[in-house]
Ligand binder design. Structure first.
Ligand code: OOG
Ligand code: MG
Length: 263
């Protein structure tokens, strides 16, 4: 068996050089547990570079995403500070392999979520916001198996969080399970869905992330950002454009792109 740290190093090099690699599953038959161990080793590599963990994300919580990628199990990945882009900010797509973008909902926690206690993960949430996630599989042609994508930190590359709203207020005023989600690229509609497409109700993502954290040894301290998963399929993220997601009454979130993928 290839050393799991070696596989993590290979994926990390693919991130740093924006160069696609072959799927790990073509040479190493990883179990799901080993795939999460590769992910954790990659997180340690980034932490050693000073890129702290700021949260977690779920993947494949919507049927649109699961069908798009041919993977049906919910997965979890880790968000680092260096992946955060300011709302209205700019990302350089030339620093990525073949980025895609998807509309999401973000939660912010005000207290620790202890994955081992019986409590309700929702109780830890203080704020909610519309979000964009930029995913960038490190595998050639954006194709992978379940263990491949887990090892690759669930394709995490960047994320943008819109204006945070107090969670209680948002829940009182809006039906978080029935928000229209619209994604535009360069002003043209690129995807449309509903927050209901995320596990039936995006708030359920909190219990899901807690369960995944317990199974795969993630910490969810106070101040964590949690991305619930995309409501629609992801769309290709070109250079030189502006992307906006609107998530019902939670409002808009925007990012601009620069760079040249062939550059
Ligand atoms: C994996 C990441 C999935 C989501 O929101 O479903 C994900 C991928 O599609 O490459 O972030
Ligand atoms: Mg996502």
């Amino acid at each position: 068996m290839t050393d799991l740290d070696d596989l993590a190093g290979r994926l990390d090099a693919a991130v740093r050089t924006a160069t696609a690699i072959e799927q790990l599953s073509l040479e190493a038959d990883l179990t799901l547990e080993q795939a999460y161990a590769v992910q954790a080793a990659g997180v340690r590599i980034r932490e050693q570079r000073g890129d702290a963990v700021v949260g977690a994300k779920l993947g494949f919580t919507s049927r649109a995403k699961a069908e798009q990628m041919g993977v049906s199990d919910v997965i979890v990945g880790v968000l680092h500070r260096g992946m955060a882009v300011t709302d209205g900010g700019t990302v350089d797509v030339a620093a990525m392999v073949h980025p895609r973008i998807e509309p999401e909902i973000a939660f912010l926690t005000g207290s620790d979520i202890d994955p081992h206690d019986e409590g309700d993960a929702v109780a830890a949430v203080t704020h909610v916001a519309p979000a964009l996630e930029i995913i960038d599989s490190r595998y050639r042609d954006f194709r992978f198996s379940l263990t491949d994508v887990v090892a690759d930190n669930a394709s995490s590359a960047a994320f943008v969080v819109g204006e945070w709203r107090p969670f209680d207020q948002a829940r009182a005023e809006l039906d978080l399970a029935a928000l229209d989600v619209v994604l535009t690229v360069g002003g043209a509609e690129a995807a449309r869905g509903s927050s209901a497409d995320i596990l039936g109700d995006p708030v359920l993502a909190l219990d899901a992330v807690k369960r995944m954290a317990r199974q795969h040894g993630l910490a969810l301290p106070a101040g964590s950002i949690i991305l619930a998963g995309a409501a629609t399929a992801a769309v290709t993220l070109p250079a030189g454009t502006t992307v906006e997601a609107t998530v019902g009454g939670l409002g808009p979130v925007r990012v601009a792109t620069t760079g040249d993928l062939d550059g």
